[in-house]
Design a protein around this ligand. Structure first.
Ligand code: AHR
Length: 671
């Protein structure tokens, strides 16, 4: 290490000397040796995404529905809706009234809106959307609703998109031609862009009308699917080229109570028959209350599988293991009553992979996907800990492996990155021969920089590792003041070189949480922020994308003085080759405030052509991307001719990804 130290000493001198001039650079080169002998395969699943319905990521986010509480099933059935009688400024409060009728015998959709229009004074209902509705100029929107108009005295429904001043952005009139329940549809085209539009529905005629499932979707969704997903958000996910998609949580799969756990079977079939359920993030944090956070399950398991398929990612559904969130009630299913939970897992495999003549395979086929989803993994529980988890996991493992020996079970080590419970879980799961253990760490910046060696001494004869949830916290875990600063992203990049160097053991990794609505979030930091019109890739997203897009296929060695670069004097590195692209890719993370001159020693005669260098950096560690300046931290790429002994200047506080074409014969493959 003496070379790096010497180099940094020189840098310090130059920093003082060259204040206010160009950034100082080490005068001595730091030699790094690259050896192209493959030591492990990089799994295609190495970098993936973890989608949890937190921060309005599903309803109000990825799921493009614009109407909040479309079926009047929230605990307060009119939440999100207003009418003249509830508007203190309305002058037509005597124009009509709406109340919900509750049909206790209905299995899923229990509430219906009964509307009485008294006169022609423009009785109207307004839906506020998810902190408004994002409407784009010139784009089309599909309105749909069910109506029951027994006396046919209400003639038309007029639907308008309006801004805060009541100005009309789009409008349509739907004639109510049927007396009994009927589904109506109509299209609106927006005359301008508006971030905070509302949907106003008014009525022509007088009398009584029942309505349900009032819905509005943009036509312009991901892959143009009707009533589908928000295109800009899915595009950001697709650009990551994720190896897997873990869904739908996170703590939401556990529920605060067992009754509120995520039950995938409730999320299938027609969206209007999927029951609405409160989100466990609704009032979880006193400092970030979102009492209007419910799950419509419009984005359900079929849609998650379809999304994974679209992204070319392995689907990794996570199921309740019979323990409610241990930060909440920790309610337990007695082991003697665990069968339905295990049956859910068995049925899920059949739903994803079964043939059309199997009961659950048939459901998938009827929903429009004849081909299997090719499910290979299932998560059993999320952040459970203690003997109760191990006891339940063991039963799942015994039953599932008996029927489906090839299915890979993802077990968990709980919410702790280390400590007694963490060690206990690892010890017991190893004894059980668990396939892969999910570890979570929401830690400070220093922890990430100090933990690039975390996996170097892990047991190679035990379960594989899934670094399933991690993010550097600039203040503290669950602090609302955490930022997506360049400093956090740089620390994560440093840590990720350690994940990659241990790719023989670490088979899957994902940042968390994935996304958040700027006005309806509970948790920060997040990889992607969005408002009703735009999506923002953070510095942390850019790091994830850079690693994932350059993951390679074989792990090779990059060393200094024969040792891996794990933060000695602020420098981290990993290296891979790619047998398809015939390239060698180096990832160099310089956490110093000074540039480092690096000398890359490559085996003679392996290089062919120019290297592509992609650089992420910022002149200020606190820099962040924002909607106003989305590209403060963005990759910049150039090409450079490298020789077998090449010099490279790693800028201060930077991540460099150097991809060098190499001769096919020099790519060794790990069998
Ligand atoms: O990512 C947010 C939460 O953090 C997840 O739901 C949970 O698994 C972890 O505690």
């Amino acid at each position: 290490m003496k070379n790096i130290r010497a180099a940094l000493k020189t840098i310090s001198f130059f920093s003082v000397f060259s204040l206010c001039s160009t950034p100082s650079v080490a005068q001595e080169n730091i030699p790094l040796d690259v050896d192209l002998t493959a030591s492990a395969n990089i799994q295609p699943t190495m970098y993936g995404i973890f989608f949890e319905d937190i921060n309005f990521s599903a309803d109000g986010g990825l799921y493009a529905e614009l109407v909040k509480n479309r079926s009047f099933e929230f605990e307060q059935p009119m939440m999100g809706w207003s009418q003249p009688a509830t508007d203190p400024y309305a002058t037509n409060e005597n124009s009509g009234i709406a109340n919900t009728l509750h049909f206790a015998d209905n299995k899923t959709n229990k509430n219906v809106l009964r509307i009485n229009v008294f006169n022609d004074q423009h009785y109207s209902l307004v839906n506020e959307g998810f902190r408004g509705m994002g409407i784009h100029n010139g784009e089309g929107y599909l309105l749909s609703f069910y109506a029951n108009n027994p006396n046919r005295t209400i003639k038309n429904v007029v639907a308008q998109l309006i801004d805060a001043k009541g100005e009309i952005i789009a409008s349509t009139k739907v004639s109510l031609a049927h007396a009994d329940w009927h589904k109506y549809e109509s299209r609106l085209v927006a005359k301008r862009t508006e971030e905070k539009a509302s949907l106003r529905i008014s009525f022509e005629g007088t009398g009584t009308l029942d309505m349900d499932m009032v819905s509005l979707f943009p036509n312009n969704t991901w892959k143009g699917r009707e009533k589908g997903l928000r295109k800009d958000l899915v595009q950001l996910l697709a650009d990551l080229k994720p190896g897997f998609l873990r869904f739908p949580g996170g703590c939401i799969i556990e529920g605060r109570t067992l009754a509120q756990r995520y039950q995938w079977k409730n999320t299938l079939g027609q969206t209007d028959s999927r029951p609405t359920m409160v989100s466990r993030w609704n009032t979880e944090f006193k400092h970030k209350l979102t009492p209007d956070y419910f799950q419509s399950f419009g984005l359900g398991f079929y849609e998650y599988f379809q999304l994974a398929e679209d992204l070319g990612a392995e689907p990794i559904p996570v199921l309740s293991c019979g323990i409610a969130c241990q930060f909440n009630t920790g309610e337990l299913v007695p082991v003697s009553e665990l069968d339905p939970y295990i049956q859910d897992a068995l049925d899920l495999i059949e739903f994803a992979n079964g043939t059309a003549d199997s009961p659950w395979g048939k459901v998938r086929v009827e929903m429009g996907h004849p081909k299997p989803f090719n499910l290979k993994y299932i998560g059993i529980g999320n952040e459970q800990w203690g003997p109760q988890y191990i006891e339940r996991y063991k039963i799942f493992q015994t039953v599932l492996k008996k029927k489906y020996p090839d299915i890979i079970l993802v077990s968990g080590s709980g919410p702790f990155a280390e400590g007694q419970m963490f060690d206990y879980a690892h010890r017991e799961l190893k004894k059980l021969g668990a396939d892969i253990i999910d570890e979570h760490y929401y830690k400070d910046i220093a922890w990430f920089k100090n933990n690039a060696t975390r996996y170097d001494d892990y047991d190679r004869n035990g379960p594989k590792i899934f670094a399933g949830e991690y993010a550097a916290q600039s203040v503290a875990v669950v602090s609302p003041d955490n930022k997506n600063s360049w400093e956090t992203a740089l620390a994560e990049a440093a840590f990720m070189t350690g994940l990659e160097r241990n790719a023989d053991l670490v088979h899957m990794t994902s940042y968390a949480p994935l996304m958040a609505h700027t006005e309806a979030w509970q948790w920060s930091p997040n990889m992607i922020w969005f408002n009703n019109l735009q999506a923002l890739a953070t510095a942390n997203y850019q790091v994830q994308k850079l690693f994932s897009n350059n993951k390679g296929t074989e792990l090779v060695r990059i060393t200094h003085d024969g040792k891996p670069l794990t933060g000695q004097d602020g420098l981290y590195a990993s290296a891979v080759t790619d047998k398809q692209n015939k390239s060698l890719t180096l990832k160099l993370v310089n956490t110093n405030a000074q540039a480092l001159n690096i000398q890359l020693n490559m085996p003679a005669g392996v290089m062919k052509g120019k290297a592509t260098v992609t650089l992420l950096s910022a002149n200020n560690l606190q820099a962040e991307n924002s909607f106003a300046s989305p590209s403060v931290i963005t990759p910049i790429t150039h090409t450079e001719k490298f020789n077998n002994v090449a010099t490279y200047k790693a800028p201060p506080h930077s991540v460099s990804v150097i991809s060098i074409p190499v001769m096919q014969k020099n790519i060794s493959v790990k069998q």
